[in-house]
Design a protein around this ligand. Structure first.
Ligand code: FES
Length: 87
């Protein structure tokens, strides 16, 4: 499990094991645009302000993966305890 913090509001959203970040945000009334929900299309691309994502998509390039500035919250998770996102 990890938490997501919304940079501009400070809201903290827990993401349970087996729950996607998109689903956790939706449960708190924050709807991100999604399409494939399998890490393929890039629709849910989200900027990361702080924290290390655990990339599980097949959309980002290797350079983008290493930069850790964006992630795909429909499928990816976090290696750090908290991911701060800019939405
Ligand atoms: Fe397609 Fe997330 S919805 S990559």
């Amino acid at each position: 499990a990890f938490t997501i913090r919304i940079a501009h509001t400070g809201a903290i959203i827990p993401v349970n094991p087996g729950q996607s970040a998109v689903a956790a945000l939706a449960a708190h009334g924050i709807e991100l645009p999604v399409s494939c929900e399998q890490g393929v299309c890039g629709t849910c691309l989200t900027r990361i302000v702080d924290g290390i994502p655990d990339h599980r998509d097949s959309y980002l390039t290797d350079d983008e993966r290493e930069a850790n500035a964006v992630f795909l919250p429909c499928c990816s998770r976090a290696k750090s305890e908290c991911l701060v996102i800019d939405i």
